[in-house]
Design a protein around this ligand. Structure first.
Ligand SMILES: Nc1ccn([C@H]2C[C@H](O)[C@@H](COP(=O)(O)OP(=O)(O)OP(=O)(O)O)O2)c(=O)n1
Ligand SMILES: [Mn+2]
Length: 536
């Protein structure tokens, strides 16, 4: 596909949809401007070449460049927002549309100047992204890397932990994650200026950042060791600390905070006092912890297997390559270990989604095939491809998956299988079909992880919610369901009549009939979130 065609592709559900943007070109390299415009269009924005009435956002390097282009009177009548380019760059880097409040260039009513960004001292309750530079991104990374390794509970919980996409963790440090636009030529000066620091909005201070960094490492370590409860408690502590509006200087300040118990407080005190945590230092030098963590990153190897392999004497990935006890799927996970750590650019996922849709439509007219996961949430790069399938007539989805997989293999799009379970003729519990495997972008050999999930129409909404995520939202929805006496997974919402541990689909636990994502949110009493708003 020529770059020209790509440039014009626009995702109507992308994170910038609904925005009509005017770019003030002054002070920005032409090439960068072109990339930015292209990205915004790809993600749903409309670029306005003139400062027309439709414009909702003006992006500029600073106030002076705007004033050179427009007279202040005209600007003062502008009802939209004037933002720093930094907002766009940060949004692209983090893969989500960040709160605009931090990046607003204020229009002065006297027309004298538009100097400072609005102060952001009192965020609206709905503003989930408290952003700032540079700490914000780093904190986000810790958060997302810890979330990536969180326990999934999508119904087939065990499978997913041992075999599912969760173990194919995408580390935040993987190369594609932060796409640098190399913004070196003209950085908004106010963000660099030391003396402006006090006018800047809340930024998590170093001490807080240090704590969340250390806790983030513990989240990963405990998860790799199979100690999920402990892992989760550090995860919860991180989200509490990330939201603190003050710099932690003593452990007394964090008395009575949720999720921060006695030992957490002791850890925080130690980090504040000596700048490190001996517990983590110990883990980092512990060969066993390191090795088990590494093995656990191989797709299909969970904590129990990792420990077994360690006990057998294996210490490196090469050692594992010579072990015949590995399942075929684990061997494949090992073979493509490096491939699947590379994140996939959004536009490539979009192209692959279109290929899947076309092939699906040829085989079964009317079939619904959409890419969920981070792609549907508008992220700039994706760790894998999560495909959710149904058919609106409620029956013809049956038998589709094997035919679809075969056709995709004939085309050389699907390459190797990891898991393939198509529901039986009579139907399994839920009638859900599952395929996990590797695919390649046309003409390339680099393997990507792909999941295909086929849901009967009547439970599709649950599958769509679960596979769109993110994991934090899924957890909240499940908690909310539990508080209402239900159990939620990707196959439905069941009254929890048989107490905990009841099997999904057990006779007597009737599934709630909810046909759209919105109905699921409404039923649970959770305010509706568009997919791009689900990056919690
Ligand atoms: N711990 C997890 C991980 C995942 N999921 C759900 C929500 C995710 O959005 C979806 C797909 O899982 P992925 O691991 O593919 O995660 P994402 O698609 O969100 O991110 P990535 O870009 O890393 O693939 O499954 C979940 O509930 N809990
Ligand atoms: Mn994914």
């Amino acid at each position: 596909m020529s770059p020209k065609t790509k440039k014009e592709q626009s995702d109507p559900h992308g994170m910038f949809s609904g925005m009509f943007v005017f770019f003030v070109a002054k002070g920005v390299q032409a090439r960068r401007l072109q990339i930015w415009k292209q990205r915004m269009v790809q993600m749903g924005a409309v670029i306005e070449e003139r400062f027309s009435k439709r414009v909702t956002h003006v992006l500029a390097v600073d106030s002076h460049t705007i004033l050179q282009e427009f007279d202040s009177h005209r600007l003062s009548r502008f009802k939209g927002r004037v933002l720093l380019y930094q907002w766009l760059e940060d949004s692209l880097k983090s893969g989500e549309k960040l709160s605009e409040d931090l990046y607003v260039l204020k229009l002065d009513s006297q027309g004298e100047g538009i100097n400072e960004p609005e102060k952001f001292l009192d965020p609206k309750p709905t503003d989930r992204s408290i952003s700032c530079e540079p700490h914000q991104l780093q904190n986000k990374k810790i958060k997302s890397s810890s979330e990536d390794t969180e326990i999934v509970n999508l119904g087939s919980n065990e499978d997913r932990r041992e075999n599912g996409p969760l173990s194919s963790t995408s580390t935040a440090s993987s190369p594609g994650e932060v796409e640098s636009l190399n913004y070196a030529d003209k950085r908004p000066q106010h963000l660099d200026a030391e003396n402006e620091a006090s006018s800047l909005p809340y930024c998590p201070p170093d001490q807080n950042k240090k704590i969340t960094e250390i806790f983030g490492k513990l989240v990963n370590i405990y998860r790799a060791m199979g100690e999920d409860r402990r892992s989760f408690s550090y995860h919860k502590a991180i989200s509490v600390i990330e939201k603190l509006p003050f710099k932690i200087e003593s452990a007394d300040q964090i008395e009575n905070l949720p999720s921060i118990g006695k030992s957490m407080k002791d850890h925080i005190q130690e980090i504040i006092t000596i700048g490190k945590l001996s517990k983590l230092e110990h883990f980092e030098t512990d060969e066993k912890v390191q090795t088990i963590s590494l093995f656990g990153e191989v797709w299909g190897i969970g904590p129990a297997t990792a420990l077994k392999l360690y006990d057998k004497g294996h210490r490196t990935l090469d050692d594992l390559r010579n072990d015949d006890s590995l399942t075929n799927a684990q061997k494949l996970g090992l073979k493509y270990f490096d491939d699947i750590r590379q994140r996939i650019p959004r536009h490539e996922v979009q192209e692959m989604e279109q290929i899947l849709q076309k092939v699906g439509e040829d085989l079964l007219p009317g079939v619904t095939i959409i890419c969920g996961g981070s792609y549907r949430r508008g992220k700039a790069t994706c760790g894998d491809i999560d495909i959710i399938i149904t058919h609106p007539d409620g029956t013809s989805h049956k038998g589709f998956l094997p035919r679809f997989v075969n056709r995709l293999k004939d085309m050389n799009f699907l390459r190797e299988d990891l898991i393939f379970s198509s529901h039986s003729e009579e139907g399994t519990d839920s009638g859900v079909g599952t395929y996990f495997g590797f695919c390649t972008y046309p003409g390339r050999e680099l393997r990507h992880r792909i999941d295909l999930k086929v849901y009967p129409r009547d439970i599709y909404a649950f599958g769509l919610v679960a596979w769109t995520g993110n994991d934090v939202l899924n957890r909240r929805l499940r908690q909310q369901a539990e508080s209402k006496g239900f159990r939620l997974d990707d196959t439905g919402l069941f009254p929890s009549t048989q107490g905990s541990g009841g099997k999904r689909g057990t006779k007597g636990s009737a599934n709630m009939k909810l046909y759209t994502e919105r109905e699921v949110f409404d039923f649970l009493g959770v305010p509706w979130l568009e997919p791009h708003e689900r990056n919690l």
